[in-house]
Design a protein around this ligand. Structure first.
Ligand code: C2O
Length: 334
């Protein structure tokens, strides 16, 4: 049987790592009327997610304004910045009776929905139904640094809990193991492009997306190729190594407190979309327990919505797309 959407009224204390400041990760309960998700009508304007290193000043102003407004929402509004960050904590640190959306086939679709609603909330706050979040284009040399829009200390996109040694112009290390590489930028870029072969190595849905996880199963059956590397390594590389748990980006409970989380996952989501396009053999699961797995999110009107994996498979049906940029790793041979 498929994983069911959690019952918000049964949200309990999260299982936080030691050294974490106690946090209640449960969302405020605004209504027990749960809507079933409906895809937006096909005539809905498309939101085009840009590469974070390519955005212009007008875009950055808009994005900053949207994040500031999200931070300014009342503390009991589920769309508020902190409550949105806690959504990740609740689904990943055991607040819903051991439900875990990492290390299994739920990883890609759950995060796709998380970004989908986050993006719609931001757009709603600035009255722009074409607003799209940026993606951190770390799979191409042009994006292999912390994007500068996140590093301006006066910006609402800034987060001080990041590794001080990994500020621009330090190059990202896609297989970061806690030790900073000493190689030249040129070699590091080659190495990063090689790491991106994990996409082509994910020949089957199980290899790429992770192992089945059904109602009643123990959590964490096993991650797909991309989830560990570079998904996990980019989290670990970005978080502050002097914090007890690599906060913010380096731990589930705190990761989404850093606005860059949503740009990182924008690119993870883009990798799922690209994977499907790269080869006719790259197919999503057809197992009903995957297609019918359900989650609960608050939408841009602060209404609770029950979503199913089956509605998340086509980005154009969700009415967003990714800016077309060069994908050099598809030309790199391992
Ligand atoms: Cu839900 Cu990148 O982790």
């Amino acid at each position: 049987l498929p994983i069911q959407a959690p019952d918000l009224s049964k949200c309990g204390p999260a299982d936080l790592p030691s050294g974490a400041i106690p946090t209640n990760c449960c969302p405020p309960i605004k209504s027990s009327d749960i809507l079933d998700f409906q895809l937006p009508p096909p005539t809905t304007p498309l939101r085009l997610r840009p590469a974070a290193q390519l955005v212009d000043k007008a875009y950055v102003d808009k994005f900053n304004k949207a994040i500031s407004l999200m931070k300014a929402l009342p503390a009991d509004d589920p769309r508020n910045f902190t409550n949105q960050a806690n959504v990740h904590c609740a689904y990943c640190d055991g607040a819903y009776d051991q439900l875990q959306v990492h290390n299994s086939w739920l990883f890609f679709p759950w995060h796709r929905y998380y970004l989908y609603f986050y993006e719609r909330i931001l757009g709603k706050l600035i009255g722009d139904d074409t607003f799209a979040i940026p993606f951190w284009n770390w799979d191409a040399p042009a994006g292999m640094r912390l994007p500068s829009i996140y590093t301006d200390t006066s910006s609402p996109l800034y987060d001080k809990l990041r590794d001080v040694k990994h500020q621009p112009p330090t190059l990202l290390d896609l297989d970061f193991n806690g030790e900073d590489p000493t190689s030249s930028d040129e070699l590091q870029i080659d190495e990063n492009l090689r790491v991106m072969q994990v996409i082509s190595n994910g020949k089957t849905a199980e290899l790429f997306m992770g192992l089945p996880y059904r109602a009643g199963d123990n959590p964490n059956p096993g991650a797909g190729s991309l989830e560990n590397l570079p998904h996990g390594t980019v989290h670990f590389w970005t978080g502050d190594r002097s914090q007890p748990n690599g906060e913010d980006m380096g731990n589930f409970y705190s990761a989404a407190r850093d606005p860059i989380f949503f740009a990182h996952h924008g690119n993870i989501d883009r990798m799922w979309w690209l994977w499907r396009k790269l080869s006719p053999g790259h197919k999503d699961f057809t197992d009903k327990d995957w297609l019918d797995a359900a989650f609960l999110f608050y939408d841009e009107e602060a209404r609770p919505v029950r979503v199913r994996v089956r509605d998340a498979l086509e980005v154009d049906r969700l009415r967003y797309a990714y800016q077309d940029v060069d994908v050099p790793w598809t030309r790199t041979k391992p």
